[in-house]
Structure formats: C-alpha cells, structure tokens
Design a protein around this ligand. Structure first.
Ligand SMILES: [Zn+2]
Length: 372
C-alpha cells in the first residue's frame, strides 16, 4: 500500500511522532516515543487491502513491528479493534492494555454465549477480542495490563531515549463508577431459567473508552478515544478533568474524542487539560444516521484549535432505500450494490527532534484534510 507522496523516512531517534490513520469508519493511532520505540492505540483495516493499517504503515516507513512496546485497545467497537489480533501477532514484543471491563473473566463468561449472535450483528468486535485473548495466551503475554484512571502503564528512562527526556504513558479511564455501571447492565442480561437469551447491547461501551496521555519531557498528547461526556460527574470526562492523581501536563496535541461529536465535547477538557489552541486530529465516522464530525463539530473544534485535521472526508449516512421496482431491476441484472468505501487517510505530526522539540510538522496522505 502506498501513501501517495508521504515521505517513507522513519522518524529520527530524537523525533516524536503522532500519526492518526482512518477511513470512513475506523481509527488507529501510532506514536513514536523516541529511539525506535512505538505504541499503537486501536486498529482498523485499510479498506482497499484489508490489512491492519499500523502494519502497513510500519512496512511503508521500514520500521520493525517488534519495536512496538505497547498496544492499547480503547473499547470493543469494530471501528477501533478490527485487525487488532493480526497486529498483536506481528508485534511480538508489545504488551497489551485494555480496560478491566474488557478483560475480566466475568465479562467473557457473560459474553461467550452471545458470540454467534454478535458476530451475526457484525458490529460488536467480540470475535476480534476473542482472537486477541487467544493470541496473548498462546504467546505467553498474559496478564493483560488493565487500563484505569491515573495509571502509568509505560515509563522509559531519559538515558534510554535519544532526545534525553523521560517518557510516560498514562491511562486516565474508565472510571470505577463506569465499570460498576457496565457490570450492572451486563448482569441484567444474564438470561434467567427458561428465558430466551437477550442480545448484548454495545451502545454504551464508548463510556468505557480508555483515554491515554503520552508525556515525553515537556511535551504531552491527549488521546481521547471515543469517550463521551455524561451528566453523571463520576463518569465520562468529569472524573478525568477533576483527578488530582493524573499528570498535570497540558497537552499540545489532542486526538478529539468520538470522531469530533458534540457528545464527546467537554469544555473543561479544553480549559484544563489542553494548551490554548492545540493541534487537533480526528477520524470521521461515516456509518449510521449521523455521520461525524458534522459541520457544527468541525466549526467548534477548529475555533478551539490552532489547526484541525481529519483523516478522511465524512461520507453521508446510509443511502435511502430504493423504490421496489428499481431494486428488482437491479437484482435481475445480477448487480450487487455496495456502499462507497471511503479511502483510508493519514495525518502525521512529527516534531523537530532535540533541536526543535516544540515545532510540529504536519503531513497529510491520501484524502486527509485540514479543516479551514
Ligand atoms: Zn469510534
């Protein structure tokens, strides 16, 4: 897979990189921490080749998959974990981190009977999760690192990195109250005797999203996954904003939560966790009835940011049903209609290394664009 005119050069050892890749539905974020150490957050597949985009990107720039030290799955929606098992298989040295709601025995025991139905529903991500757990088990990489509020999951010493800064990766969610709410919901779904099994809803799992903070010396990036804001102060963004145990660094790069949606927006995050006018990045979500980001979302985010980039254009929602006679004619001709698949785009931010750490260079590939 080529990325058009995007440079194939790897980042220098002292250079930081945050790359966001996404087609119309899907998200994968890759970060170079220095000296050839990488992390991957979430996974999606290239719509054309069906390969996991992180592996394609590493191949493109000639980086080794075994230099990935950590893979984080933010939540179990298909647009964030498709291709995760293959990625994990290739990244043999990577540890795996996800929320405890995802990895608990209780959760799996409850979900397992529903696997087939969920597979049929096609949007659960559960089958990918089973593959991931199988791979971790086979390769002796258990236990999973559990994401939690204010938890440092990576710490690299300054002496091990060419830029000479220490590096820390923190997970900032999901909150305990959110996990409690999740189990309460799951508990209700366990079928009672002689009762038909009910389908596991996946609607609210955005609230379990793992928010990640990457801190390298004076630099910080806040990667917001799909976490939405809630009215409950113990869930959503409020407990993160109010935590006194998380690093207080103000981030200059923001992976906007939930594809830029209004329900992922928290004014407090912009006021107390981000530098004034950060560089914002997002992937679109083109499925469903409300494609994201909307025009209002783009305006809001770009007004708050110095620059705002999206990996691919937002496609319209599901096409309207055709009249029966038209559908019949199309079927008679043996034509199968498929939705137009948006091309996978990429936004790459690299800093100027030790010489110029606070200057960020932006490269866009394929149909990624800057919101005016
Ligand atoms: Zn999403």
């Amino acid at each position: 897979m080529t990325w058009g005119t995007l440079s194939q050069k790897q980042p220098d050892a002292d250079q930081l990189e945050i790359t966001l890749i996404g087609p119309g539905q899907g998200e994968c974020c890759i970060a170079h921490l220095g000296s050839g150490r990488w992390i991957i957050i979430d996974s999606c597949r290239n719509r054309q080749t069906r390969h996991p985009v992180a592996l394609e990107y590493f191949e493109y720039i000639g980086a080794q998959a075994n230099s990935v030290i950590l893979i984080i799955a933010t939540h179990w929606h298909d647009d964030h974990i498709s291709g995760l098992a293959d990625t994990l298989r290739a990244c043999t040295e990577a540890k795996f981190c996800c929320s405890s709601a995802l990895s608990s025995r209780e959760f799996l025991a409850t979900v397992a009977p529903y696997k087939e139905r969920l597979l049929f529903a096609g949007d659960s991500g559960v089958s990918e999760l089973f593959e991931v757990l199988h791979e971790l088990d086979e390769s002796g990489r258990m236990p999973i690192m559990r994401a939690a509020p204010d938890r440092r999951v990576v710490q690299l010493a300054p002496s091990s990195l060419a830029h000479g800064y220490s590096c820390e990766i923190w997970t900032l969610s999901p909150s305990d109250a959110q996990i409690d709410a999740f189990y309460l919901e799951i508990g209700k779904l366990v079928p009672k005797l002689r009762e038909t099994k009910r389908r596991l809803p996946s609607q609210k799992t955005n609230l379990l999203s793992v928010v990640t903070l990457v801190q390298v010396g004076p630099f910080a990036a806040l990667l917001g996954a799909d976490l939405e804001e809630t009215i409950n102060p113990q869930t959503g963004w409020t407990p993160i904003v109010q935590s006194i145990a998380r690093p207080s660094a103000m981030s200059q790069i923001f992976k906007v939560p939930h594809h830029g949606s209004a329900n992922g927006h928290s004014p407090d995050v912009w006021a107390s966790m981000l530098k004034t006018k950060p560089i914002s990045i997002a992937t679109p979500y083109s499925g469903g009835t409300k494609p994201l980001p909307s025009e209002q979302d783009k305006t809001r985010i770009s007004q708050l940011s110095s620059e705002f980039y999206v990996t691919a254009p937002t496609q319209p929602g599901q096409p309207r049903k055709l009249p029966k006679a038209v559908e019949k004619t199309i079927a008679e001709q043996g034509i199968k209609l498929c939705p137009v698949e948006p091309r996978t785009g990429l936004v790459r931010l690299r800093n100027g290394g030790s010489q110029n750490p606070n200057t960020w260079f932006v490269e866009l590939a394929r149909n990624a664009y800057r919101v005016p």
